[in-house]
Ligand binder design. Structure first.
Ligand SMILES: [Zn+2]
Length: 136
């Protein structure tokens, strides 16, 4: 996980998308803007990142808290984590989120949606139509 470079991952995701789709969605994610202030860590552009991801802010937030093993406060635009979290760790967790909850398992396109099939949540790819189960 940690050896995945953030930009490289996103570039790779883009490369695999058929041209018309990648042009249409032009998927880029802002770099996390992290500020460590005293004993807390502030992710200042959380809302920008979430809107680029096109995912539920609370789902992303809860994922980050679990993965970082800390608690926090979510505001409109930013998120504050308890403790000093190295920015690289936040980046890694965002990449992990992208891999788990955004990229298609087949074609790696980021153009995906959550759907429900009975009680199972699936990630459905808008590019190739593939689905895979996700734990939400
Ligand atoms: Zn796909």
């Amino acid at each position: 996980m940690a050896d995945y470079d953030y930009d490289e991952l996103l570039d790779r995701a883009r490369e695999r998308i058929p041209k018309d789709i990648s042009e249409r969605s032009r998927w880029t994610m802002p770099e996390p803007d992290v500020l460590i202030e005293g004993s807390q860590t502030i992710l200042r552009n959380f809302s920008d990142i979430v809107s680029a991801m096109d995912r539920d802010a609370n789902h992303v937030y809860q994922f980050l808290l679990n993965e970082l093993g800390t608690s926090g406060t979510r505001e409109q635009v930013r998120v504050m984590f308890k403790g000093r979290v190295p920015p690289i760790r936040i980046k890694e967790k965002l990449v992990a989120y992208v891999k788990s909850f955004i990229l298609c398992g087949q074609c790696r396109a980021p153009d995906t949606r959550f759907i429900k099939e009975g009680r199972t949540s699936l990630l459905k790819c808008q590019a190739c139509g593939a689905t895979r189960p996700v734990k939400l």
